[in-house]
Design a protein around this ligand. Structure first.
Ligand code: N01
Length: 478
């Protein structure tokens, strides 16, 4: 089997590892950029870190005793991704600066075309192209007229020095709060433009002492034990609390967020502005132990009024006031549902994936779509998202996809049956009705059709679903 993997972020690396494990060594990872790492390559804003503890946010096949903090900074995660890709022999298989533009089903396989022209024929394709990587700019008038400097959080210029500058941050999600928490200390003034308040769970981010690292180097089994402990905490307690499968843990979580706000913010007026008007967990929880402190600094301002427009010198509010700024950061999130965009993916019988998904992305168990034989996805529609380790999700899906590729190597092509796919999606939508995500807030979980594109069941159910493919759910053709 010759396999094309689209993307060399965490999902692509996981796919490469499990392909190799299964004896499929003939694969190419296509990477549009000149470096791997996906989200960790793109996001280099001040304070970028993963809010999943590092000893959990790592591949099961690549334990790492060297993490320096409980939640290590983005640059460290990016270095880890690079090291792992090298260790598992995936690095040399990356075709850098090859953006896949077109993938066409032909002769029982796929013709792959990149920004550099036709590349070749593959027996199977794994799309590992990520969800949170198309930066979303806000629809605010006058953005182009700003005379200071500005950027989207995922397009950070490493040469930027904000010392002594008047900085504005639009957006108060996980990104905006990390930027605020880090920058407030270094800039002349920081104004956070918050449209909707966020629930914030305290997560102390302490350094990991050298003695602890040595302990993990000396005793990898201990480090493994810690991984499984964290996985239990995050998936069965935290993840299941949010997805409605652990009401007791949910209560604790909600109380922790409420208490964090109550005890951390002293000024009642500021506290009122920071108090969300929706249930804890409706939007993705922000985890931070430094945001509240930062926003209470004398040089920080929380602006909750409506933005009228961006002008040459700053941001004009609906009430007529102007925030004069030197630098404006758009922490306004991503087009999270533009999966596989803008590739042209043409399957069997002239089907085009973008057309199939015109009324919303769907898949069979997130990994495959009827009409697209031997086309697989990691991080596809309704993959578990939220506050647990995405690397776990990616690994489960990669193993499952490789099992299907094994079947294809014996039989020809595999493709999910349409009726089974429809039934799966109907069940999924039904289950979504009772979740916290639809309890009365807006978030990036919603797609254009107003449907939540998350996974409504427990993580253990997901892990079980990904154990072994039920081949009766697939058309298997020579
Ligand atoms: O993006 P978001 P993000 N005017 O979409 C606001 C992962 N992540 O980059 O809430 C004014 O969550 C918008 O306001 P509102 C994680 O999965 C993880 O922060 O829509 N404001 C919101 O406040 C996360 O959930 C980590 O009212 C506007 C913000 O912009 C996901 O990435 C770190 C606006 C967008 O928030 C996305 O997080 C960072 C407008 N016109 C990211 N338009 C960690 O692991 C948008 N907003 C720590």
């Amino acid at each position: 089997m010759r396999v094309a993997i689209i993307g060399s972020g965490a999902s692509g690396i996981a796919a490469a590892y499990y392909l190799k494990q299964a004896g499929f060594a003939d694969f190419t990872l296509f990477e549009k950029s000149d470096d791997l790492g996906g989200t960790w390559r793109d996001n280099r804003y001040p304070g970028v870190a993963c809010d999943v503890p590092s000893h959990l946010y790592r591949f099961t096949f690549a334990p790492n005793a060297e993490w320096t903090r409980r939640c290590s900074p983005g640059a460290e995660i990016q270095a880890y991704m690079r090291d792992v890709a090298k260790q598992i022999g995936a690095f040399e298989k990356i075709a850098f600066n090859h953006e896949v533009t077109k993938v066409q089903f032909a002769d029982g396989g796929w013709e792959v075309e990149t920004s550099k022209g036709p590349y070749g024929h593959f027996d199977a394709v794994i799309s590992a192209s990520g969800a949170l990587h198309h930066p979303k700019m806000p629809n605010i008038d006058g953005i182009e007229s700003f005379l200071g400097r500005s950027c989207h959080s995922a397009q950070w210029d490493d040469a930027t020095d904000l010392t002594g500058k008047r900085v504005g941050v639009i957006g108060s999600g996980s990104t905006g709060t990390q930027i605020t928490a880090t920058l407030a200390d270094h800039v002349q003034s920081l104004t956070l433009f918050q449209r909707t308040a966020q629930w914030i769970m305290p997560l102390p981010n302490y350094p990991i002492a050298e003695e602890k690292r040595q302990e993990y180097r000396d005793d990898p089994a201990k480090m493994d034990g810690y991984y499984h402990y964290l996985a239990g905490r995050f998936n069965e307690v935290f993840g299941d609390a949010v997805s409605g499968h652990n009401p007791e843990a949910y209560e604790h979580m909600a109380e922790a967020c409420e208490e964090n706000l109550r005890t951390s913010v002293t000024d009642p007026e500021l506290r009122a502005k920071l108090t969300p008007d929706y249930a804890v967990g409706c939007k993705r929880l922000v985890l931070s132990d430094s945001f509240y402190e930062a926003i209470q600094r004398p040089n920080a301002t929380l602006e909750t009024g409506a933005i009228s427009k961006v002008e040459q010198n700053g941001v004009r509010m609906e009430d007529g006031s102007l925030h004069e700024l030197d630098y404006l950061i758009y922490a306004t999130g991503f087009h999270a549902h533009s999966l596989c965009h803008p590739m042209h993916i043409a399957g069997r019988d002239g089907r085009v994936l973008a057309e199939e998904w015109a009324d919303g992305n769907y898949a069979y168990r997130s990994v495959a779509v009827p009409g697209f034989p031997n086309w697989f996805m990691i991080g596809g529609p309704n993959s578990p998202i939220g506050n647990f380790s995405y690397l776990m999700t990616a690994e489960h899906q990669a193993k499952y996809v490789v099992s299907l590729i094994k079947e294809a190597s014996i039989s020809g092509t595999v493709e999910p049956k349409p009726d089974v796919t429809d039934a799966y999606n109907a069940e999924l939508r039904e289950a979504m009705n009772g979740t916290i995500w639809v309890s009365g807030c807006d978030s990036w979980y919603f797609d254009k059709q107003g449907r939540v594109a998350s996974y409504p069941w427990s993580f253990s159910r997901f892990a079980e679903e990904m154990q072994t493919p039920n081949l009766a759910d697939f058309h298997i053709r020579p």
